[in-house]
Ligand binder design. Structure first.
Ligand code: ADP
Ligand code: TRP
Length: 335
């Protein structure tokens, strides 16, 4: 959809990072994961990583961090990410990004970070302040630039981070000569997926339906979707109903039209619509749930795929760091 100023006819290297900070929900799926999987399937060069260094700004328990990282990997593979097509890896398996982050920090004016809204928002939400939280955007710029990425699909909340990254790339190139392409961002297409309370679905609002929820917990989440209190017999407006909005994400146009007709006719309660939605979610994610169960029982396979991704990512970052070290006047990496 929208992107920043530059365009280029170069083959595009696409990169994005996912924080391992909790269970993925339908908003993450329709707003991000689905596009990530599709882009790789279409044959673009895609690098996706699990941002475990970043997660350390908020996850302070070693076992939880490990588990979250493993869970995100399972989620992505189960949802169809092909480890041979996409380079999918753990951020911390490429420690060169920390070196690049330091180098970029020497170029970053304090004011650039002081203007970043996400730091302030995180403090407002009660997160403990730390230098890591403050310099989060520099590490993110290093993630993007280490792979000399051209295109970064992100949610709207990450746009300022992308602007900071672009600023740092320009500053670096001006000071030391052209090393980095100017990365563009692309806003993920899906408009906001509503949560069970009608606000944007988000971990922070506690209104999520998790992708891999099933059975009772899934039923509880779906039955808990907030609706108006019109009686069974009343005609209902599909366009203002959260249940209908979620149903539409899974249903064909004909199915949506059919449910809309039932809404408008009256005589159908929200409970019935919720049951339809539940059946859709179950059917849609059934194959992914099965794959996830198989993979969860085979952690060695997951580890092997992540290691394969890390090796490919390290090769690209290693090449960039050779250029960077030479450009700034550091000795090339001792081998
Ligand atoms: P959360 O709000 O649950 O913390 P994140 O900010 O980690 O989610 O989002 C990760 C990705 O999922 C981003 O690309 C974001 O745009 C997308 N995303 C999250 N929630 C939604 C939503 N409700 N609708 C559409 N996309 C979403
Ligand atoms: N900050 C991103 C988020 O919270 C995750 C992230 C880290 C990222 N490094 C990145 C996204 C590099 C895109 C590119 O969603």
């Amino acid at each position: 959809m929208s992107s920043s100023a530059t365009t280029s006819s170069q083959p595009r290297r696409i990169l994005s990072g996912v924080q391992p900070s909790g269970k993925l929900h339908l908003g993450n799926f329709f707003g991000a994961v689905r596009q990530h999987v599709a882009l790789a399937q279409e044959g673009a060069e895609c690098l996706y990583f699990i941002a475990d260094y970043h997660a350390m700004t908020t996850v302070h328990d070693a076992a939880a961090l490990k588990q979250n990282v493993f869970d995100v990997a399972l989620d992505y593979y189960a949802l169809g990410l092909d480890p041979d097509r996409a380079i999918f890896f753990r951020q911390s398996d490429v420690p060169q990004v920390c070196e690049l982050s330091w180098i970029l920090s020497t170029l970053a004016p304090m004011g650039l970070l002081e203007r970043a809204v996400s730091y302030k928002e995180k403090l407002d939400r009660g997160l403990e302040s730390s230098v890591g939280l403050f310099t989060y955007p520099i590490l993110m710029a290093a993630d993007i630039l280490a792979y000399r990425s051209n295109l970064v699909p992100v949610g709207r909340d990450q746009v300022q981070h992308l602007e900071i990254c672009r600023d740092l790339a320009v500053k670096f190139n001006l000071r030391y000569g052209d090393v980095f392409p100017l990365p563009e961002y692309r806003l993920t297409k899906e408009s906001k997926v509503p949560g069970t309370d009608g606000q944007k679905m988000s971990k922070s609002y506690g209104n999520t339906i998790d992708i891999f929820a099933e059975g009772k917990p899934l039923k509880k989440a779906v039955m808990g979707i907030v609706t108006d209190s019109l009686p069974l017999e009343a005609a209902k407006d599909p366009s203002t109903c959260n249940v209908f909005a979620l149903y539409s994400l899974f249903a064909s146009q004909e199915e949506q039209d059919a449910l809309a007709t039932l809404y408008r006719a009256g005589g159908m309660g929200y409970g019935a619509a919720k049951s339809e939605l539940l059946a859709k979610i179950d059917a849609y994610f059934a194959p992914a749930r099965e794959r996830r169960r198989e993979l969860a029982a085979n952690p060695a396979q997951v580890e092997a795929w992540l290691a394969q991704g890390a090796e490919r990512a390290r090769a690209i970052a290693g090449e960039t760091m050779r250029l960077v070290r030479s450009a700034v006047g550091l000795r090339s990496m001792p081998s």
